[in-house]
Design a protein around this ligand. Structure first.
Ligand code: DQA
Length: 139
């Protein structure tokens, strides 16, 4: 089973970026932990600050992998193109946000992704990625 974890803009700064909101663990550390915990899954991680690169990655794996766990960062609130890509591919996509976007600024309440995703996890920190993985693994 192949699952892609896809992170959008500024999520390369996890660990350094506003730790009071996003925590102090880097995603690379967390990803190593996930791979150790779930050796039965072929987990891949890709991060980009560029909308086009995220689109290309969704197109590349979206007909091959069993799922995509996607934190689109700020593109969540702006990108029709990423929502269209999610709708276009076959792989189920789970939307994840580390912070509780609904408890934050108004502009973060709107997601272009949610309508085309299987489900949404927000506000549970990095744990949200693992919970999305459980869903995709069927456990
Ligand atoms: C985020 C929430 C977004 O509003 C923000 O732009 C991010 C991270 C989260 O994981 O909580 O970059 O997606």
């Amino acid at each position: 089973m192949k699952i892609l974890i896809l992170n959008g803009p500024n999520l390369n700064l996890l660990g350094k970026r506003e730790p009071e909101i996003y925590g102090s663990t880097t995603f690379e550390q967390y990803f190593e932990e996930l791979k150790r915990k779930y050796p039965q899954v072929e987990l891949e991680y890709f991060q980009s600050n560029h909308e086009g690169a995220l689109l290309d990655k969704i197109h590349e794996v979206g007909f091959l992998y069993q799922g995509i766990i996607f934190n689109a960062g700020a593109y969540t609130h702006t990108s029709v193109a990423l929502a269209d890509a999610i709708a276009a591919v076959k792989s189920p996509v789970v939307e994840v946000h580390i912070s509780n976007v609904h408890a934050r600024e108004e502009f973060r309440h709107k997601s272009y992704m949610s309508k085309v995703c299987k489900g949404v996890i927000a506000g549970l920190g990095l744990k949200g990625y693992e919970l999305a993985l459980h869903y995709l693994m069927g456990i």
